[in-house]
Design a protein around this ligand. Structure first.
Ligand SMILES: NC(=O)c1ccc[n+]([C@@H]2O[C@H](COP(=O)([O-])OP(=O)(O)OC[C@H]3O[C@@H](n4cnc5c(N)ncnc54)[C@H](O)[C@@H]3O)[C@@H](O)[C@H]2O)c1
Length: 456
């Protein structure tokens, strides 16, 4: 017999979830607040394309013979609690109850339902019809057999399930916290959104820059999840960026509002990003590149020595170079065919454009800040990913899979960490911790242990 699914809430998420179940052959009933909003939601579903779902005027009727109930109503605890109580009162003891919540506790929803063993999270990504990832969240008391069944149903949709524990922000949104915080902090420290986004896209292959993405999601939504993270973890590293709050209060919440980090009346973010990239010019010049993960006295000496026999550039993101760069040396950070070039009038560092021409790489000018742009974002994300593994929220393979599918990142944060090496990432984080004096850069104990285990 076909799987019987009831979906409550016909916003964009509920409509998409109902559609993917219906298209996989399940028998689907949808319900919204009342008969009128249910009919309106159903109409919207049909406007998106033909779909075979039934409507119901009462959630109790919808769930009475269902195998699975998915709630995708407004993101507030009280309405969800009241709805779950109605579902429970329908008396279907075999029902599996899933919530699509992005931020509420699955354990608390389980208690609200009255039987936490049967409640889990099924966190679809927007739009559910296109995004392959579903985070399947087990509450502390969810029956493992229910989790296994939910996973099978998700896979039956042709989607990939990533298992995680009931932890604030789950996996994707949690691992991306530093991506969002650091990119906004860079703006408060003097960089433009276009430069930050162009650097991240060029060096890491992300489809959207972090600030463009924040504008797309809505800064109010991001602020809400930051406040949740700070409250739930009680760790100052998750505190929201003051600039986010200012922008939200001013009503400049992102793309839908016409303005956020970008002003959409001035064109597309992509145009602004392309405009800050510098293409290399033909050059016969010779340049020596000195790669330094940190900035030790030996590194400084070596750069000084190399400088005696010609032009030298340091390839590093360590902020200490702003005080120790020998006269005549340039400073950049190479990422394959792309470079961040330090260009900082205040720190009196001239951009080494001759070097990027000699190397034939596209570049973007960045300020002399610890970690520059790319390493700062990539290394703090890798650190967050390790924290998620260390605390048991998700396994390493699942974390990478989640970021590849949920964010379209070409490599997962832990694969990236493995390619760079734990020691280098640890050195980089310690440089940022020293340079900024902020617990945001505190290395995960698992990273310190991995680095110790990989010493030569
Ligand atoms: N929008 C996203 O990108 C996204 C992504 C992942 C998860 N989520 C989560 O999915 C859920 C729904 O998101 P959305 O953006 O579709 O929400 P939405 O607020 O746009 O739509 C919610 C729908 O639920 C209906 N509703 C409200 N109370 C109800 C009740 N008691 N019974 C039945 N229906 C009721 C509303 O009428 C509305 O149609 C939220 O929990 C949200 O956090 C959203």
């Amino acid at each position: 017999m076909a799987l019987r699914v009831a979906v409550a809430g016909l916003g964009p998420m509920g409509r998409g979830i109902a559609r993917v179940f219906a298209e996989s052959g399940a028998s689907v009933t949808v319900v919204d607040l009342d008969a009128a909003t249910t009919a309106a939601g159903h109409e919207k579903m049909l406007a998106d394309g033909p779909v075979d779902v039934s409507t119901s005027d009462s959630v109790a009727d919808a769930v009475r013979d269902a195998d699975l109930f998915v709630e995708a109503i407004v993101e507030r605890f009280e309405p969800k609690r009241a709805l779950l109580a109605q579902v429970r009162a329908a008396g279907n003891d075999k029902l599996v109850v899933a919530s699509n919540t992005s931020s509420l506790s699955i354990g608390e929803l389980g208690v609200a339902y009255g039987d936490p063993t049967r409640v889990l999270g099924m966190h679809f990504f927007n739009p559910p019809t296109k995004m392959r990832l579903v985070e399947v969240i087990r509450g502390a008391r969810t029956d493992p057999e229910i989790v296994a069944r939910a996973r099978e149903w998700v896979e039956g949709l042709g989607k990939t399930a990533v298992l995680c524990a009931d932890s604030p922000n789950f996996v994707v949104n949690r691992v991306c916290r530093p991506l969002y915080y650091e990119s906004q902090l860079l703006v408060t420290q003097g960089m433009t959104p276009a430069v930050v986004d162009a650097a991240v896209k060029s060096a890491l292959g992300h489809r959207m820059g972090p600030l463009e993405l924040l504008d797309f999601t809505g800064l109010h939504t991001h602020l809400g999840s930051s406040e949740t993270a700070l409250r739930e973890f009680g760790d100052p590293r998750y505190r929201p960026i003051p600039l986010t709050r200012q922008l939200v209060r001013a009503g400049t919440t992102g793309r839908a509002a016409g303005r956020g980090y970008y002003d959409y009346s001035q064109g597309k973010p992509r145009e602004a990003q392309v405009a800050v990239l510098r293409e290399p010019r033909p050059s016969d010049a010779r340049v020596q590149v000195y790669r330094a993960v940190g900035c030790t006295p030996e590194d400084v000496m070596a750069v000084r020595d190399l400088g005696k026999s010609g032009r030298v550039v340091v390839d590093s993101s360590d902020g200490a170079w702003r005080e120790h760069l020998p006269p005549g040396a340039g400073w950049l950070r190479l990422h394959g065919g792309f470079a961040e070039v330090v260009a900082d009038e205040v720190a009196r560092i001239e951009p080494a454009y001759d070097a990027v021409d000699a190397l034939g790489v596209t570049s973007v000018p960045v300020l002399a800040l610890p970690g520059l742009v790319v390493d700062r974002l990539a290394h703090t994300m890798a650190n967050e990913a390790l924290t998620v593994v260390e605390e048991g929220t998700a396994g390493a393979g699942d974390v990478d899979l989640a970021l590849r599918l949920g964010m379209n990142h070409p490599v997962g944060p832990l694969e990236y960490l493995a390619s760079v090496g734990a020691r280098d990432v640890l050195t980089s984080l310690r440089g940022m911790l020293d340079g900024f004096g902020d617990p945001r850069y505190r290395p995960a104990q698992l990273l310190v242990r991995q680095a110790a285990g990989s010493r030569g």
